[in-house]
Design a protein around this ligand. Sequence first.
Ligand code: TRP
Length: 364
Amino acid sequence: MPKSKIILTGDRPTGRLHVGHYVGSLKRRVELQNSGEFDKIFIMIADAQALTDNADNPEKVRQNIIEVALDYLACGIDPEKSNILIQSQIPELTELTFYYMNLVTVSRLQRNPTVKSEIQMRNFEASIPVGFFCYPISQAADITAFKATTVPVGEDQMPMLEQTKEIVHKFNSVYGETLVDPAILLPDNEACLRLPGTDGKAKMSKTLGNCIYLSDSAEDVKKKVMSMFTDPNHLRVEDPGNVDGNPVFIYLDAFSKPEQFARYLPEYQNLDELKDHYKRGGLGDVKVKKFLNKVLEEELAPIRERRKELEKDIPAIYDILKKGTAAAKEVAEQTLSEVKAAMKINYFEDQALISEQAERFAAD
Ligand code: TRP
């Protein structure tokens, strides 16, 4: 029997999802879901992981679970095809984490580049919460609990996957072949690897206020697009402009389709022609931004409408989460029992242990 293909991926519920999440991962997940190539798909709302650096703010995490779930469903995640689950409601994940902790050294965690940069970002240097420090181990538990073969995530998650693979190899070499070795699946479009903020900063972040959210109104999207950072040296329309590192053009790389030129900017055949004109000079930012706004609207309007519909029945969304979590829990239970058997800590199921000890004591 060919090995089944299983997807596990997820997000921390610390805010609504933005267009960076969309091009970086959500859109791809929906395509993967609809490809029919995968036997099982698990999409995790990683609330326990979110708590590792929001321990003092559980309310924020609690309120954002529904926001993330609505964003998923609005983008086309279909609960008939994908299980959406809430991490904290599956205690098996915590239990796996505890056993994996024995297979990882403190210095290895300290070298994890994602942990390193997050420690800096959060000013944790002086006092790192242990739970936060260990979240790569918990992420390995998430991935292996569902026997994921494929983990579609952004490049920033690469170190997490490497750490997971090390844990898998270590576990399998110490206790015997048990865990599935997962593969990362990176976005296929370069511009999608990381969308900058509307202010040109490398990353969209809520604290910087430079995000375009999937749930933003059409007016808000327009306002944000029209005030986007561009090439700071492109002062007059006649000036030659720079398209590299220019967020307006990066967004166009990520979102625009050739046929949209005929629709909205018929004087250009494609994005290359538009870029060439900008580089030569004579093309104003406002014109490019208006085009970008139309391009974004084509993608975001249907998502926004679906979200509005979904918001009308919140209990139904919780029902979807409850069902997805229950289905996921069964799989995690199975994996945990295999892990405990491999580690020989399944005493009550281990008839060989009981009878061997019975014989030994009888012989004494
Ligand atoms: N670390 C991911 C993020 O920052 C969320 C996450 C938790 C995740 N567990 C995962 C992603 C397992 C992929 C696989 O958004």
